[in-house]
Design a protein around this ligand. Sequence first.
Ligand code: GLC
Length: 721
Amino acid sequence: MNKSKNTDMEKKINNLLRKMTIEEKIGQLCQFVVDRSTGPEVGKNCDVADKIRKGKAGSILNVTGVKNIRKYQEIAVKESRLGIPLIFGFDVIHGYKTIFPVPLAMASSWDLEAIEKASRVAAIEASAAGLDWTFTPMVDIARDPRWGRIVEGAGEDPHLGSLIAKAQVKGFQGDKLDSPDCVMACAKHYIAYGAVRAGKDYDNVDVSERELNEVYLPPFKAALDAGAGSLMAAFNDVNGIPMHGNRKLIRELLFKKLKYDGLIVSDWNAIDEMIPHGYAENRNHAALLSLNAGVDMDMVSGIYESELPGLVKEGKIPVALINEAVKRVLRAKFRVGLFDNPFIHCNEDREKLNILSKYHRESTRDVARKSMVLLKNESHHLPLKNTLKTIAIIGPLADSKLDMLGSWYAEGEAKDVVTILEGIKNAVSPSTQVLYSEGCKIEGDNTDGFIPAIKIASKADIIIAVLGEAGGMSGEAHSRGSLAIPGRQNELLAELKKTGKPIVLVLCNGRPLTINWAKNNIDAILEIWFPGTEAGNAVADVLFGKYNPSGKLPVTFPYSLGQIPIYHYHRKSGRPFQAENPYSIKYIDMPSEPLYPFGYGLSYTIFEYSDIILNSDKITMGETLKTSITVVNTGPYNGRETVQLYLEDVAASVAQPVKKLIGFKQVDIKSRESETVEFSIKTTDMAFLNEHMKLVTEKGLFRLYIGTNSENLKEATFMLM
Ligand code: GLC
């Protein structure tokens, strides 16, 4: 919220501050949970109404619905001494009631408009349900698929992640944050949470200053530049300093250097957790560390409530520091419009009209189609004809409702979900027979279901196997030590293969999986992640060719667990991989390449690329290089291609990545037609952090890469003079 100061608002805040007692000020820094916990059981069952009445509560999380929210807001506004409104927060991550594909799926669309639209719909529904604040976007760059929360973000790339963060903030906060259909965004989890050791949630983070600034900070900066009203601190430490006590990265970097004036909220009970972190000696010390670091609001630990009054009394915390935190809380409430109208989001007519509307269902179906990634289609079995005589749909996810919502599905309900089986039945002709068998469970060793599954498979013209992870096998507190499709599903797939029938694997997962056998043995593979409320209809749209898949992977699929970490944006080495040279980067027992690279995704049609054209092969500092490439759709279907632009600084004062994504364009090209795609590259796009962490652009040779994914690229070189 790095806006120019709104002096009228600041005056009102200062006037209010002068009226507040120290207890009321500290009250604004306390957030309480009602109804349901989204973390270890703490802070529940306290008498929240009494705290609100006494001015000891600034915010409530996890209450939804106009009636419930109004009840608490009435107490705050009418029964507390100063009538300061509460701000109500909730995790509306990828939809409120109409659930969109999980964020990693939406990132696969690379469609910033679609992602903004999804956030807009989520904001309309959340604000109609009384909410003021969503704990979204999760902008943690993630390169380790073992980490369960990789599903909640935009994948491994800082450039793509930054653009998506901006689109989400714009969608949630709209053009005017104090409009009734907007909610305040919260960029989380600050910072480098995606770098937890071995992908284990909540574990330590050791990261260089360079990686922190080049990889993990950019999406947060993009969110703040887009006006995100708040930020949430991360559970992890960074190099031994827990984020909730990290003065250097919060107060110094965010407030002083980036001039951020929005609200910093703790994560669930995380202030208290600095004690087991081995950083705070006790709750009193934790409160001191956290407020000094710049954490304004305490989510449910109760430490600010119990410890701050004494710390202020003993002069260990200056009132000025309390005032600064209170001002950031009050500023957020002013910006959301709560002081003008504490019931801005409490309108039961809007609640009835705007939730799970037909338009919203159409929106999530559209975004879901665009989020699917075609990984294989060698025999061109896809798209299917909807006049096929018999289709066998097999697998534990084929008729599952709840799993389609993925993790963090807010107030989404299984009953509203269209399953994949239902979606396919909706799409086929009356003459098509659709057979179904579960085959086996997602997890567990029971294979009793194999026989009935194989029986129906043998009767079919084609098998659609819907396999993968349960919706709850990713997300918070759900890291995995294996990337295999769980349970006996792989064996089921192998048994189905023995029938000799063509098979389409529809994959549901919240992280990259090592689907090596499937890649080598199955005719077609469609990655659908968890597509949300309209899952089945969106899958059918793609399977039957109503929508030609256009998704591209926002995260690398490793060939093996043993390759992790593996991602495209890695620095060069003195002995780069050379197939024939043993003295080069490689394993002796497996390939060094991933199973599927970043940016990978096929289409039902074929896109062919011309050579790159440059307006010059040399430019000077400050000039713009213009480049173009022609993409020809030589296949039989209209389709969308995401043309990706990567840059390599061949030699620099700090060795640079082999290539980094600096741009992309999505083009819709009709069959047999072509499109010329143009990019303009400024010398600022070539900048990097030098050894003193200063942004510089250096003269020298550059390579430009343009193509369909991070491996399959056309190349050109130019000199920066
Ligand atoms: C959880 C998550 C965070 C969420 C918060 C409130 O522990 O880490 O992402 O916003 O608590 O539910």
